[in-house]
Ligand binder design. Structure first.
Ligand code: TXE
Length: 491
């Protein structure tokens, strides 16, 4: 039976004003399993106004930093109770392995805890000025209503890195999940409700890019937009900001290189590369999808990887022994198939996989490894967002760095070598928001992430992120008791 979800506006669960809904399909079965309200522009306007009211006049506007910190800790506490339910909803909606969504749900509480602890540490400063100058204070203040947009992959995690710092700093939020998979975020709204946040501080609107997303990012009362998604959508978000002059951060895709030198440890390489491209079925902004192998180790690494890829258990994302679930959307599978076919037609050679994984239903795709003799293949230039790895050969450090840098994206990267100096030089030479040496994909909430070029701009995670949800105000206070000087008399 289809589960009918509601969105969350001004502290209450509700349907769209005109009653319209859209369906969500389970990618493992291709069956409709849930439906959501299709928010109208009016619904989004109501959510933004509720958030604005909460920011300017509601109790949230009068909370101390410590109280906000405590609210975030309550969210963490609630999350610990309902984590398992959230993970089942996310897996059903996206096909991400239950083992992984369970682990991520456990991890979520840590993110809210972390920013809860930071809430009362957002400090201003007093720059040194001359004795005859007014006291000069810099205070940090919240921005107002934040419009947050997330895609379907790791949605609770990606949303947490927006919600937690934004609320800790004193802002209010309207969050829009992806129309491809909104269940986990709407379930999460129950957590926020139970945590007792004042009405309007946190709102969820469900719907597609237009009118729902577009109305949100262009709304005149939205002061800050935090977007995670694809580069084409990001261009629309940038255009919308021309209307409301909102501050933007854009966390987009990647085409991250993984460089393997001749002296690398083979077991580490195989595990690292497998985790870089086949974990989460490659549907990750940080996926290491361009493997660069030095001549001396090329054949050996390929042999090991082909065996490993062939052993990966593809199947039901709910099952504990599954290692790779389906792709989240049919559209993504179609895109991967098209770019792969174009690349093979142009001369790329499939070494492993290359097609739909043999199941009757569901958008499953085989772990795929493809040898490319250059970078000018569609699958090397474009983000596939799936379990497809291109492999290229290089002679020396200089060539590895040149190939790695030759991309429109700059999100992440990795290097495997026993020579730390060479690994470090490589890490420094390749543009990226994060870089792994002799490992891949490991992360924690204190470390920032984000990219440059087609991977966007701005950073999320870590201490600095909280500052991105504040702005400074410079206050000059004359405490000397002296009369205000005549402005036309120069001294
Ligand atoms: O993202 P979209 P999708 C990349 C990845 C993937 C591609 C598309 O390459 O193949 O993006 O993924 C909302 N105004 N990444 O389809 O379409 C939309 O409703 C405001 C990289 O998920 O960009 C959804 O909520 N919002 C990545 C969100 O934008 C609009 C994460 C993302 O949708 C809008 C995901 C508009 N005009 C995808 N139109 C990463 N960094 O992990 C759409 N949206």
């Amino acid at each position: 039976m289809t589960k009918n979800y509601q969105m969350y506006i001004a502290g209450a669960f509700c349907d769209a004003g005109d009653g319209q809904r859209f369906d969500s399909v389970n990618p493992a079965t291709e069956e409709v399993w849930a439906s959501f309200p299709e928010a109208t522009a009016k619904d989004v306007d109501r959510a933004v106004k509720a958030a604005h009211q909460a920011f300017t006049e509601g109790p949230w506007s009068r909370t101390s930093a410590r109280e906000r910190g405590r609210a975030l800790k309550r969210i963490a506490h609630e999350l610990e109770k309902v984590g398992p339910e959230l993970s089942v909803a996310e897996t059903t909606d996206t096909g991400k392995l239950l083992r992984e969504t369970r682990w991520q749900a456990g991890n979520l509480a840590e993110i809210y805890d972390y920013y809860g602890g930071l809430a009362d540490k957002v400090e201003g400063s007093l720059p040194p000025v001359g004795p005859n100058q007014p006291l000069s204070m810099i205070v940090r203040e919240p921005l107002g209503v934040v419009g947050a947009i997330v895609p379907w992959n790791s949605q609770l995690h990606l949303a947490a890195f927006k919600i937690a710092p934004a609320l800790a700093a004193g802002n209010t939020i309207v969050l829009k999940p992806s129309e491809e998979a909104a269940a986990a975020i709407v379930e999460f709204a129950r957590v926020m409700h139970a945590a007792g946040l004042p009405e309007g501080v946190f709102n969820v609107v469900t719907g597609g890019g237009n009118p729902c997303g577009q109305t949100l990012v262009s709304h005149p009362l939205v002061r800050r937009v935090s977007f995670t998604g694809g580069v084409e959508t990001a261009r629309k978000v940038i255009s919308a900001s021309v209307e409301n002059i909102a501050m933007l951060s854009l966390e987009l895709g990647g085409k991250s290189p993984v460089v393997v030198y001749d002296d690398a440890d083979m077991d580490n390489v195989v595990n690292g590369v497998t985790s870089a491209i086949f974990a989460a079925s490659g549907q990750s902004c940080a996926a290491g999808s361009r493997l660069l192998l030095q001549d001396g180790v090329y054949d050996d690494v390929i042999d090991h990887l082909v065996v490993r890829a062939g052993d990966i258990v593809v199947g039901d994302p709910m099952a504990d022994d599954t290692q790779m679930g389906p792709l989240a959307t049919r559209r993504q599978r179609d895109l991967i198939e098209r770019l792969l076919t174009e690349s093979v037609d142009a001369g790329a050679k499939v070494l492993s996989g290359g097609g739909r994984a043999g199941r009757d239903k569901g958008w499953f795709f085989e772990p795929t490894i493809v040898a490319c003799d250059g970078q000018d293949y569609p699958m090397v230039r474009n983000e596939l967002f799936g379990p497809v790895l291109s492999v290229l050969r290089f002679r020396d450090e200089e060539e590895a760095i040149r190939l790695a840098r030759d991309s429109d994206y700059a999100f992440a990267g990795g290097v495997f070598s026993r020579d730390f100096g060479k690994a470090y030089r490589t890490a420094r030479a390749i543009p990226a928001g994060r870089f792994w040496i002799n490992t891949y994909r490991v992360t924690n909430y204190a470390m920032p992430f984000g990219g440059s070029g087609n991977s966007g701009y701005g950073r999320e995670g870590g201490i600095e992120a909280i500052h991105d949800y504040t702005q400074t105000k410079a206050i000059f206070a004359d405490l000397s008791g002296a009369p205000v000087a005549d402005p036309f008399v120069m001294r």
